[in-house]
Ligand binder design. Structure first.
Ligand SMILES: Cc1ncc(COP(=O)(O)O)c(C=O)c1O
Length: 328
């Protein structure tokens, strides 16, 4: 899925809340020419029964973003807690009462020609309505890409660097042209790394297996949530180890994880059905516990969620307007 945003959507740009149509960058912006930006992706899930929007693990996302910005020496002046508060404020200003995707982006913003970056940095936050990224209820057909995953010593894949996503775009486009729903990339050692925008897990002999963080993958926050949920809620053993391509063909179950996709089952790889070609039982269980936790239906995982409408800042705003009303 691709999301086109309403030009009147309020975004945070240049330190202010402005309509999207006014948030513009110049044609000579460094990041546009050289890919020198770092972005993030954060989810908000709407809970209809509770009439609440929950932001998923915003502190972890903003801390990862700030660390990754450090790899490119891009400075983001605000703390993770401040960025999280701006995110909730954006959602309230836009009256978002649906599933949401948040896109923070920090970039080298000097407008001049020359690849060496200087110290002029900017950032923006966008929060927009966003449904399912890859409709995957029936399971996806993935293809192993002929494009290899970028190496840490070339462009660190853990950092969500804008220019690095040319690698994902090439693989994703190629997969589409070849009739697949999504691409799986191998790293330069020939082992499974990840999909174009998600991490990968396979089930073999009752164990949940995923490549280690040194396999040229993004250190996914969904990956981390799934590992904890699988161990605590389903009692599964989780193993981080290299995965060979041919294991994808003979595994018991396969799925992708990521902020945008959530948990996306894979039922075919390279025209080969995984087992009987239907969504696996453990995958279904993991999906259920994942979405329950992220939509605010499992108290044990409230630690990961920040409510938008019942948040302390809303209560403070309400208290302030009450005080103002009393004073006038
Ligand atoms: C290349 C890549 N791998 C994995 C992921 C999943 O990471 P996360 O679960 O933190 O969204 C993403 C998306 O952010 C990604 O772009």
């Amino acid at each position: 899925m691709q999301a086109d945003a309403d030009p009147n959507l309020i975004v945070y740009f240049g330190g202010a809340y402005v309509p999207l149509r006014e948030a513009r960058v110049g044609i000579l912006t460094h990041a546009l020419h050289y890919g020198t930006g770092v972005f993030e992706g954060i989810r908000g899930y709407w809970n209809e029964a509770q009439q609440e929007l929950f932001v998923v693990r915003p502190m972890e996302h903003y801390e990862r973003w700030k660390q990754n910005c450090g790899i490119l020496r891009i400075g983001v002046p605000n703390t993770a807690a401040e960025l999280s508060a701006i995110t909730r404020e954006l959602m309230r200003r836009n009256g978002l009462r649906t599933d949401v995707y948040v896109r923070p982006i920090a970039y080298k913003s000097a407008e001049r020609v020359g690849v060496r970056p200087d110290d002029e940095d900017s950032f923006a936050l966008i929060a927009m309505p966003f449904g399912a990224y890859l409709p995957s209820d029936q399971g996806l057909h993935a293809g192993v890409s002929s494009w290899r995953r970028i190496e840490d010593n070339a462009i660190p894949p853990r950092a969500k660097i804008c220019g690095a996503y040319v690698n994902s775009a090439l693989a994703s486009d190629d997969a589409k042209q070849n009739g697949f729903d999504e691409a799986i990339l191998l790293n330069e050692s020939g082992q499974v790394a990840e999909a174009s925008t998600c991490n990968i897990f396979m089930v073999r002999k009752g164990k949940l297996i995923t490549p280690p963080v040194t396999a040229n993958v993004l250190e996914g926050i969904t990956r981390d949530s799934v590992m904890e949920l699988a161990q605590r809620e389903l009692g599964l053993e989780v193993v981080e180890r290299p995965i060979a391509r041919s294991e994808l063909y003979i595994c018991d179950e396969l799925f992708f994880t990521g902020t945008a996709v959530g948990i996306a089952p894979v039922v075919r790889v390279d025209h080969r059905a995984i087992q009987d070609g239907v969504v696996g039982a453990l995958t279904n269980e993991i999906r259920t516990v994942y979405f329950d936790a992220m939509r605010g239906n499992n108290q044990r995982y409230f630690k990961w969620l920040e409510p938008v409408y019942r948040s302390p800042d809303t209560q403070q705003q309400n208290a302030n307007s009450l005080q103002e009303a009393h004073a006038s």
